[in-house]
Design a protein around this ligand. Structure first.
Ligand SMILES: [Zn+2]
Length: 227
């Protein structure tokens, strides 16, 4: 009980702190989806205030796009079609797809977006992993006490176009929703759920760039083999 009270007080303080911060600077706005998705909103961008206004605006602009895409019928339909077309034997041996329900996944990611903070990480370690392992972002953290969740973008990899940022939001939110992929940069990793859903969001964000993306090494090979 006592612990509950503390948690409540903590959440109230947090809410106060957030509204104070929102009053300080112009509200980022546009962190919610549009139309029927207006109630799904990311919580913040760059709480630490480490970014230029330009970078912050760019990260904010990708948020509603990600929400609207994952909520769209097209995303659900293409994900279901991709899943249905996966080689059965390959899926059987892939624990990341086992039990995957394409009818549930979009709603799970939508739920993960709601209240999610978009933070960034800088420093030597982030620079090193950006350069040597191509790291774009981390799943971030979930505060066990308040339930507050964040994803962490690598500050050295923010210079990317909208479709790439949207893909990263979907990928990291997929982790928050419990989807996973094998570690290390392997060929098949790119065909596992967080990557595939990120790639699909990228396709719907900027369809004109899709053919070129699919031809590259960052795309799941099954897209290529299907086309
Ligand atoms: Zn990942």
């Amino acid at each position: 009980m006592r612990r509950h009270l503390f948690a409540l007080a903590g959440a109230a303080l947090l809410a106060l702190a957030n509204s104070a911060a929102a009053a300080d600077k112009p509200a980022p706005g546009g962190l919610c989806g549009s139309g029927k998705n207006a109630a799904i909103c990311f919580a913040s961008v760059d709480r630490a205030g480490k970014l230029s206004a330009e970078d912050r605006a760019k990260l904010a602009a990708a948020a509603p796009v990600a929400i609207d895409i994952v909520s769209s019928r097209r995303f659900a339909a293409e994900l279901a079609a991709f899943h249905a077309a996966l080689p059965k034997r390959w899926v059987k041996e892939n624990r990341y797809w086992r039990g995957f329900d394409p009818a549930e996944a979009p709603a799970a990611i939508r739920a993960a977006f709601a209240g999610l903070h978009i933070d960034t990480r800088g420093g030597a370690k982030a620079r090193w992993s950006s350069e040597f392992s191509g790291n774009l972002a981390y799943e971030g953290s979930t505060d066990p006490r308040t339930g507050e969740r964040s994803i962490m973008l690598n500050r050295y990899r923010l210079d990317r176009p909208l479709d790439a940022l949207v893909a990263t939001y979907v990928h990291e939110a997929a982790h928050k929703a419990g989807y996973s992929h094998r570690p290390g940069q392997t060929r098949d990793q790119k065909c596992e759920p967080p990557y595939v859903m990120g790639q699909l969001a990228r396709k719907l964000a900027e369809p004109d760039k899709w053919a070129r993306f699919v031809a590259g090494k960052n795309a799941c090979r099954f897209w290529r083999e299907a086309s």
